[in-house]
Ligand binder design. Structure first.
Ligand SMILES: Cc1cc2nc3c(=O)[nH]c(=O)nc-3n(C[C@H](O)[C@H](O)[C@H](O)COP(=O)(O)OP(=O)(O)OC[C@H]3O[C@@H](n4cnc5c(N)ncnc54)[C@H](O)[C@@H]3O)c2cc1C
Length: 390
């Protein structure tokens, strides 16, 4: 059986590795000229570690990831702590795996390395964007951007937010633009003078804004992400979310937060998008995976984690080789659909919680302040991970 995967991001590459470890031949068709990831950080819950362990790359992760002591939420206007989750002791006992932060290239590189170690099973092909596909008698013919035709027994579209596969299968057009815009910056630790939160993952929350900071690469650099919920977007402006709007939105925050904006690179911004949950990602021998299937806002830090879980479930379902492929793909989708939907909708809700102002902010601070640092109830269903069966 030959499996075609369109898209070599974290979702596509981890699926390729999982499938190859089951003995399948996989061709990864990536549109870009090179395989790679952007140079910023990712948070990984214990659920992702479960998957990475089963993919055989956990040891590498241990060496390159950073393991914060706490997840801390601070009020960006008062400077006071809102809540914290302690990530040692009870957390480790409960989930048996850590919470980690990692450079995207390190994670992607580990997965890619796993694929490269299986050259007889995984073919990694760049400049191979998927343009369209058709199915006939249990085979899938894919047409690439440059007109080449490739054929396989099934096609997994892991081609991200604006997936070609999704438009063919679901056809729901452009994703939902949230009006939240992210900007990032990674700086050497030597540039950071105020090191109060240096061993933690800290999120500073305020009306229509937040700032996240954590260390990467064994703790040698600091990853910074600032997000605003743009007023200019709500007003219908086309050039919304510029650095000037970021500065204005952060005006009322404490000096620590305002100072951290100097770490943010003004060059690039990410307009945050998601989609309403939608069943029916699978048609015949073609299915979707990762952001192509269920793009989410980043408020639970689970988009990449869900993409990796998808790959694991897909490989498990296909491992039952005496079942028709289309049936295995349907089983994969039905096992993933509601968990991913819950992530998408809860992430939207957490966005409101983070960016709350007025009474909502008071209520958030009051309730979160009561929960204690050993209480994981909001994330327990995520971090417990998944049981994977054929
Ligand atoms: C600011 C921000 C912070 C985030 N933080 C976290 C976090 O802390 N933790 C977490 O788990 N997630 C986080 N996410 C989400 C995470 O980045 C995504 O969910 C994840 O990268 C999705 O992976 P993917 O492989 O499905 O899609 P993508 O990463 O989009 O990869 C798609 C790949 O397909 C290729 N491609 C596109 N079109 C085609 C085509 N037609 N043919 C072939 N190839 C194609 C692309 O070049 C790309 O390589 C965050 C996202 C953002 C924006």
């Amino acid at each position: 059986m030959t499996i075609l995967i369109a898209g070599g991001g974290i979702g596509g590459i981890s699926a390729a590795l999982g499938l190859a470890r089951q003995g399948f031949k996989v061709r990864v068709l990536e549109r870009a000229a090179e395989f790679g990831e952007i140079g910023y950080g990712l948070q990984l819950g214990p659920n992702a570690f479960q998957t990475l362990e089963r993919l055989g790359v956990r040891d590498f992760m241990e060496r390159t990831a950073f393991f914060p002591n706490n997840l801390i939420m601070q009020d960006a206007v008062t400077g006071k702590e809102v809540s914290r989750i302690h990530l040692r002791d009870k957390f480790l006992k409960t989930y048996d795996r850590p919470y980690a932060v990692i450079h995207r290239s390190d994670l992607h590189g580990a997965l890619l390395g796993g694929c490269r170690a299986l050259p007889e099973l995984v073919s990694l092909e760049t400049n191979s964007g998927l343009k369209s596909f058709k199915q006939d008698k249990g085979r899938v013919q894919a047409t690439l951007d440059d007109g080449r035709e490739v054929e396989g027994d099934l096609l997994v579209c892991a081609d991200g937010l604006r997936s070609v596969g999704r438009q063919n299968i679901i056809g729901d057009g452009e994703p939902r633009v949230s009006g939240h815009i992210a900007r990032r910056g990674v700086v050497p630790l030597d540039d950071v003078s105020d090191r109060r939160f240096i061993d933690d993952m800290v999120i500073w929350v305020g009306p229509n804004l937040h700032l996240v900071q954590y260390r990467l690469r064994g703790g040698t650099v600091l990853n910074n992400v600032c997000v605003i919920e743009s007023e200019e977007f709500k007003q219908g402006k086309t050039d919304w979310g510029g650095m000037d709007e970021v500065q204005r939105t952060f005006e009322g925050t404490v000096p620590y937060v305002q100072d951290a904006l100097k770490f943010i690179s003004p060059e690039r911004a990410w307009a945050m998008c998601d989609r309403d949950p939608h069943a029916g990602w699978t048609r015949g021998n073609v299915t979707l995976l990762g952001d192509a299937a269920h793009p989410t806002l980043q408020y639970l830090a689970q988009g990449a984690c869900m993409a990796m879980e998808d790959g694991e479930v897909l490989a498990a379902k296909l491992s039952k080789r005496d079942r028709p492929i289309a049936e295995s793909l349907q089983l994969y989708e039905s096992e993933r659909y509601l968990r991913a939907a819950r992530i998408t909708l809860t992430s939207r809700f957490f966005g409101h919680v983070c960016h709350a102002g007025g009474g909502a902010r008071d209520l958030r601070n009051h309730l979160a302040g009561q929960r204690g640092d050993q209480n994981f109830f909001e994330v327990d269903w995520i971090y417990r991970g998944i049981n994977v069966a054929a």
